[in-house]
Design a protein around this ligand. Structure first.
Ligand code: ATP
Length: 357
């Protein structure tokens, strides 16, 4: 009997694509183009993309930056690929800025914000002496559902004499993000660094205690703590020593921009917001409205985020093929977008990566 041809067709991965606003649609389109090219060259790989209308534009069209139908569809997908959301001039009627990306993390309980920081070429760093012999290659794990962001929706009396935000750390929240960080470190160079402020804040003493408890489950991983102010210095003075860094929400927010700065800027920093069931993959940068629509946005962070998504879906080989193609492309200093001193446009930069793929 002849084999049933449909049995040989792999089941497609269903990807929810949320292009969003500003440069989001431009870079998301390039990532989808690259994934389609990858699938075209590999018969075991199939993707089905579903585009969802979210962000500031969606608010202007439907009155909601994260319409319920889009969230339901996103929840059904195998993974979510997000460009960037929000525009400075589009606000709620009471003047508050919209924060759909934070809402998305809370809705899907995406507690671990993974931000890999890797220097591909010495010339891309403002720091001297880093590159092949002294690589910069670490992952920042940002707790993304509580910490100092947890109070953002609390009502404040703006006419009163005082305003406060609470830095909330729960046992559950700290345990799961620390465990995720130690698991990552175990698969890498086996070093996990907690960034805290345990010399001043009781919530951070608690976080450190839980980090130590979870660390006991990983005797093969070296652990240490660094105060957040010291880490701001160390990230500039000795970024090559770090492997996995875990920290609370706000510290992670600030340090991830600093970390992106030492490897070439926001256009080079991918990210994945991951929970136990769902994963959203997006560049660390925002919507960059100043350069939107000009075909000059750097697509590398978005493309590396797509590679992270594949890895999370269990497609380690195609993920590493994308990363290797990015690495080979960036080995040639002429292949850069204007944010990194180059002349290539968004599409040409993706084409250069595609040629290596
Ligand atoms: P958010 O508040 O959403 O993080 P932001 O306005 O603070 O956004 P970004 O949108 O990330 O910050 O970007 C800041 C600036 O960095 C942009 O205005 C843009 O000039 C530059 N930038 C960010 N991402 C890219 C990119 N992919 N390519 C080129 N330049 C970029």
């Amino acid at each position: 009997m002849l084999p049933d041809p449909s049995a040989q067709t792999p089941k497609p991965f269903h990807i929810a694509v949320m292009p969003g606003d500003g440069i989001g649609p431009e870079v998301a389109e390039e990532a989808v183009r690259l994934l389609n090219a990858l699938a075209a060259s590999d018969s075991t790989l199939r993707f089905e993309f579903e585009t969802l209308d979210v962000g500031a534009g969606a608010y202007l069209r439907h009155g909601n930056p994260l319409p319920e139908e889009a969230l339901t569809a996103a929840g059904r997908a195998d993974a979510m690929l997000l460009g960037a959301m929000g525009l400075p001039e589009v606000r709620w009627p009471d003047g508050r800025e919209m924060t759909p990306q934070i809402d998305l993390r809370e809705r899907f309980d995406l507690y671990a914000g993974l931000r890999p920081i890797k220097l591909y070429h010495p010339e891309d760093s403002p720091l001297k002496g880093y590159g092949e012999s002294r690589p910069i290659d670490f992952i920042l794990v940002r707790e993304s559902t509580e910490g100092l962001f947890s109070a953002r929706l609390h009502q404040q009396d703006s006419e009163g004499q005082e305003s406060r935000d609470v830095l909330r750390i729960t046992r559950k929240g700290a345990e799961r993000v620390c465990r995720r960080a130690f698991e990552l470190a175990r698969r890498r160079r086996k070093r996990c660094t907690l960034v805290d402020k345990a010399n001043v804040l009781p919530s951070m003493v608690f976080f450190r205690k839980i980090f130590e408890e979870i660390g006991e489950e990983f005797p093969d991983v070296a652990r240490e703590h660094v105060y957040v102010d010291a880490m701001a210095l160390f990230m500039v003075r000795k970024p090559d020593v770090y492997d996995v860094i875990v920290t609370e929400n706000m510290f992670g927010d600030i340090l991830s921009d600093l970390a992106a700065g030492i490897v070439g800027g926001m256009g080079m920093a991918p990210s994945g917001d991951i929970g136990d069931r769902f994963g959203v993959f997006q560049p660390s940068h925002g919507t960059a409205p100043d350069i939107a629509g000009k075909n000059i946005a750097n697509p590398v962070a978005m493309i590396l985020s797509a590679a992270m998504m594949l890895d999370w879906l269990g497609l380690a080989d195609p993920a590493s093929r994308i990363e290797a193609a990015v690495s080979r492309t960036l080995a040639d200093p002429a292949k850069r977008t204007p944010d990194m001193g180059g002349k290539l446009g968004t599409i040409a930069m993706t084409n250069a990566i595609l040629a290596e793929l």
